[in-house]
Design a protein around this ligand. Structure first.
Ligand code: GLU
Length: 417
């Protein structure tokens, strides 16, 4: 059976709706994305040829506010994936209680295969093609896998030029000089670190000295690894597309991050005394206290879930664990902090960025981090409390909280006309 991430979303929503005692009419509208746009994006390549890339912007929900969510550049991007990612944004924004719905965009492309000029032309053409449905009060893009602050800067400029004036609030995760927020770059990883700290406290396991494995050393994974290292955790294994590295005594994470920060550098070229090279499966199945999947969907599935030895999983990525794997992990007593809570730090600070832009204000980093911490702690405590009360997993706790908020808003708005 081929894996469809949107089926994962629906299965989880159905289960939550049942536990909440909803009738189908209560949440029928939540099961379908509100609006989907599929665009074919022509780009003039440096050699004069023309390539056409498939792009999407999907708004799953605008019930609680404008759609919000990142734009992904990855060869595997397809409509079902963007649909799932958009729906996860709806529930993520509801869990942390920020006034947004959920959306997501993506282009099926390997950004590493493009020159900077090609990447910029692709971004500008894609932005112009989705421009009719985005905007500061409609749908606000942000970075995701394969995109970054520089790409967001081009998106903001393109949208602004099409409208004839600067509109910083149209995009978040921008470079600081364009109205980007302090702390946005590391916000997702900071949220992952905070959730790891909170769950370790609940389980009475000291984070200091705890062995941690991180799958994926992109923006989320590398910041999570660095901040956990700073908290005294022993990050023993990390990986990227080129493979993984392992060191029982703990890797020199600042050196690893420093190495990876150079454009094009991969872990396969990194060396450190005492480390060994490991594969992706070895990383996922490593004997650690905490496993942080921070790459893509469908990494922990029915096939390998039974071999996971970590006691705690904190999902830095969106959808890394399938529904089948969730059941296996629950049976085995693995505690999992779900994506829609664990990686919500990014969109929380995106919200702060949007608020600053709308008011033409600039907050200091300490203020942003303090507000982020407050939002994460509150969401974590709410989810933990609901899960304990209903004797269910933290994933279900998060969905119960989120779905209730979305359905409540839907009830007050009603179905127009
Ligand atoms: N792409 C990030 C996510 O999956 C951030 C979205 C945003 O900031 O809007 O949560």
């Amino acid at each position: 059976m081929s894996y469809n991430p949107y089926d994962n979303v629906l299965a989880t929503v159905e289960k939550a709706a049942k536990l909440l005692g909803y009738t189908p009419e209560d949440y029928e509208a939540v099961k379908f994305p509100e609006r989907e746009l599929h665009v074919s994006v022509p780009v003039r390549m440096d050699d004069g040829s023309v390539r056409v890339f498939q792009g999407y912007r999907i708004q799953h929900s605008t019930v609680r506010g404008p759609a919000k969510g990142g734009v992904r550049y990855h060869p595997g991007v397809n409509k079902d994936e963007v649909r799932a990612l958009a729906a996860w944004m709806t529930f993520k924004c509801a869990v942390v209680d920020i006034p947004y719905g959920g959306g997501k965009g993506g282009v099926a492309v390997d950004p590493a295969s493009l020159s900077l000029g090609e990447l910029q032309r692709l971004t500008r053409r894609f932005t112009s093609m989705i421009a009719p449905i985005i905007g500061p009060d409609r749908d606000i893009p942000a970075p995701d896998v394969g995109t970054n602050a520089e790409v967001m800067g081009w998106m903001m400029d393109t949208y602004s030029m099409l409208n004839g004036h600067a509109i910083p609030a149209a995009v978040t995760g921008k470079p600081i000089p364009l109205g980007g927020s302090q702390g946005r770059g590391e916000a997702t990883g900071r949220g992952v670190m905070l959730c790891t700290k909170y769950i370790c406290e609940k389980l009475d396991r000291p984070l200091a000295g705890a062995a941690v494995a991180v799958q994926g050393m992109g923006n989320v994974g590398s910041v999570s690894a660095r901040l956990l290292h700073e908290q005294g955790a022993r990050v023993v294994a990390v990986s990227d597309v080129s493979g993984g590295i392992y060191k029982a005594a703990g890797l020199a994470i600042p050196a690893v991050c420093q190495y990876l920060s150079k454009r094009g550098n991969l872990l396969s070229g990194y060396e450190e005394a005492g480390m060994t090279r490991i594969g992706n499966e070895e990383l996922l199945e490593a004997d650690v206290t905490v496993l942080i999947p921070a790459a893509l969907e469908n990494q922990i599935n029915a096939e390998n879930a039974g071999r996971i030895r970590a006691q705690v999983i904190v999902e830095g990525a969106n959808g890394p664990t399938t529904v089948e794997a969730d059941e296996i992990l629950e049976r085995n007593g693995t505690v999992l902090v779900p994506d829609i809570l664990a990686n919500a730090g990014g969109v929380v600070v995106s919200y702060f960025e949007w608020v600053q832009n709308l008011q033409a204000l600039e907050w200091e980093e300490a203020e942003v981090n303090a507000k982020l911490e407050k939002a994460m702690q509150k969401a974590f405590d709410s989810v933990y409390g609901i899960a304990a009360e209903k004797q269910t997993t933290l994933r279900m706790g998060a969905y119960l909280l989120a779905l209730k908020r979305v359905v409540e808003a839907l009830r007050f708005r009603g179905i127009w006309p």
